[in-house]
Design a protein around this ligand. Structure first.
Ligand code: FES
Length: 181
């Protein structure tokens, strides 16, 4: 083997080693860089603490109670239609709403709104609630549960990932009016 051949082989092996080190370095660096940039590049995922829109304010005329639906923020891809959740929206005045869970406070059957009698009625055991969600008669021991809400950019948003709470004054942390039963 000549000295010239030995040098060129050594040079080639050195270049190959530098190249392979570079490739490995890139493989190691990619996850680290992605981790460091994640606060900037990460998509904002909808979570349990998200505010979800029920629609524009014009969909809820003052003095009326309307059915609305939202998509459960904790839904999985395979949940299908079971991920859509209904609620009742009562618009008290221009800026004041009540958003009721559709489930009866007794054993959870879906209540229906009857504008003729201004009552929510439960088909299971005859529970009834006044238009403000408070208990009227029957087995339920309390009024309908309510969601926290706020108004933003002409839309009604609710804190959909939280369990609705008993119909008591609820501090609305993000600028909406408190919901009271
Ligand atoms: S579930 Fe509504 S009255 Fe029993």
């Amino acid at each position: 083997m000549s000295a010239e051949n030995g040098i060129s082989r050594r040079t080639a092996l050195m270049k190959l080693g530098v190249f392979l080190n570079g490739v490995i370095g890139v493989f190691l660096a990619v996850p680290i860089v992605r981790y460091l940039l994640s606060p900037v590049t990460r998509e904002r995922k909808v979570g349990y603490d998200s505010w979800l829109s029920l629609g524009g304010l014009e969909e809820f005329p003052t003095g009326q109670t309307r059915l609305a639906t939202y998509r459960n923020p904790l839904v999985n891809d395979w949940d299908g239609e079971t991920g859509s959740i209904a609620c009742w929206v009562r618009r008290v005045d221009n800026q004041t709403f009540q958003v009721f869970a559709i489930n009866c406070a007794h054993l959870g059957c879906p209540v229906r709104w009857f504008p003729q009698s201004n009552l929510f009625m439960c088909p299971c055991h005859g529970g009834a609630y006044y238009q403000d969600g408070s208990r009227a008669s029957g087995p339920p021991e309390r009024g309908l549960f309510q969601y926290r809400y706020k108004i933003e950019n002409g839309k009604l948003l609710i804190k959909a990932g939280e369990m609705p709470t008993p119909g008591q004054p609820v501090a609305n942390t993000a600028g909406g009016k408190p919901a009271c039963a």
